[in-house]
Design a binder for this molecule. Structure first.
Ligand SMILES: Cc1cc2nc3c(=O)[nH]c(=O)nc-3n(C[C@H](O)[C@H](O)[C@H](O)COP(=O)(O)OP(=O)(O)OC[C@H]3O[C@@H](n4cnc5c(N)ncnc54)[C@H](O)[C@@H]3O)c2cc1C
Length: 390
């Protein structure tokens, strides 16, 4: 099989070396699932030929960007890994219409770095700068900015993808691939809308009492000038240099925030984004993505504080990141039960994959089965993810 695959993508773009197999056996969870081969197509045509070949042999294929998901959607035992990492170019820029076309393997960090020279950016900027555009489209990624501008699907015009039978599409029918976690096809390119780099101002608010914090959030959520609202638990605030109080960072699309200097804003945003790094490196190893309604934010924050679970996140959206210590692994189940009781869920940001399968509604499962029937009836793409099909 390797020879045939090498003839499609080139010998240098396929590997079964122990080191590559090991590296692609993980995502950002602890689970290890060993693939049989790692393949890096260089372009859409190679990806198409690869999927035609895999479909003929009914060979399972797991699709992968940078492997930053924690939900195990990009790992599988004995499968071929189809990685977008070597398809990482901007292929088209139309500044008049604010459109760019970018290959799936380019990271959001590299995309926005390249666009900075022409003063535009892709506005959904998630916490993890390494994630690929393909991965972001596949998971319909969310970021702090989503409070005002929505998720990635709002910014995708067209998607190029190859389905599980090897057919290629470049389509505006984006709902068939955006947020579908690779169950319908391998995304090879996306046409995205970009914006002028916005000017913002920032302000921090600090609270002793949770009710005061939530009252402030309630007010700011209705405010049209608010771009995003970031919450930090007391310990995290303290580590950021504040008192041991709950903190709220508000970003405005106007200059009414007290912090207006561009350099200072950048430093604060970098500090806020690096909270994930210093929380995890201080022993809070497991990361979950609880989503709750605004009414239940009080319960979530209180629960986490009581159990020494660190919490930060996009409080205006109800999307948080919760961090558990290694010794508290057993608490993860208790946390899931708590979330169910409050009507919250997991996997809305990090994806469903394997880990969050239990959170998928019957209605969603039916949608995925329909997609499989249309685009991948032999079920070769991400076969054990989200649903059990065939
Ligand atoms: C510290 C940390 C912070 C994070 N912050 C955020 C955040 O702010 N917002 C957010 O939304 N997520 C966040 N995530 C989750 C993760 O980074 C995203 O889910 C991201 O979109 C995954 O991109 P990736 O390139 O790493 O994809 P992978 O992890 O490789 O894959 C993720 C899923 O997408 C599928 N996929 C990947 N590429 C393709 C493709 N080309 N075609 C079809 N399917 C594909 C895979 O099969 C898999 O199901 C975070 C994760 C970590 C660990």
């Amino acid at each position: 099989m390797n020879k045939r695959i090498a003839s499609i993508v080139g010998a240098e773009n396929v590997s079964d070396s122990a080191i590559d197999i090991e590296a692609y056996s993980y995502c950002c969870s602890e689970r290890e699932l060993k693939p049989s081969l790692v393949i890096w197509p260089r372009n859409a045509e190679q990806a198409q030929r690869m999927l035609l070949f895999a479909n003929q042999g009914r060979t399972p294929v797991v699709l992968r960007g940078k492997g930053t998901t924690t939900s195990e959607g990009c790992i599988a035992d004995n499968a071929l890994v189809l990685s977008s990492e070597r398809m990482n170019k901007i292929t088209f820029v139309d500044l008049n219409n604010k459109l760019v076309e970018v290959e799936a393997g380019m990271s959001i960090h590299d995309l926005n770095n390249s666009l900075r020279s022409v003063n535009v950016m892709f506005p959904v900027v998630p916490l993890n700068p390494g994630q690929t555009i393909g991965g972001m489209v596949a998971l319909n990624a969310l970021s702090k900015q989503s409070q005002l501008i929505g998720r990635v699907n709002e910014w995708v015009e067209k998607v190029e993808f190859v389905d599980g039978t090897g057919k290629s599409f470049f389509t505006k029918k984006k709902e068939d691939v955006v947020g579908r976690e690779g169950l319908s096809g391998f995304i090879t390119k996306a046409q995205l809308r970009v914006v002028d780099i916005p000017s913002i101002s920032l302000e921090f608010f600090h609270f002793n009492e949770l009710t005061d914090l939530l009252n402030q959030v309630r007010l700011l959520r209705k405010d049209k000038e608010v771009y995003f609202l970031e919450f930090f638990d007391r310990k995290t605030s303290n580590e950021m240099g504040f008192e041991l109080k709950y903190s709220l960072m508000a970003a405005y699309t106007s200059f009414r925030g007290k912090i207006k200097n561009a350099q200072e804003i950048k430093e604060w945003l970098d500090k806020a984004d690096s909270a994930v790094v210093f929380i995890r490196s201080s022993g809070y190893y497991y990361m979950e993505d609880p989503f709750v309604s605004f009414e239940k934010a009080y319960d979530l924050i209180e629960w986490c504080e009581k159990h020494d679970v660190r919490l930060q996140g996009h409080i205006g959206l109800g999307a948080f990141y919760a961090y558990f210590q290694k010794k508290d692994r057993d608490l993860l189940d208790t946390f899931s039960s708590f979330l169910r009781r409050t009507g919250g869920k997991l996997g809305d940001v990090f994806g469903t994959g394997i880990k969050n399968k239990l959170w998928v509604s019957q209605e969603k499962k039916k949608e995925f089965i329909k997609l499989k029937e249309e685009y991948d009836y032999n079920n070769i793409l991400n076969p054990d993810k989200i649903i059990n099909y065939r």
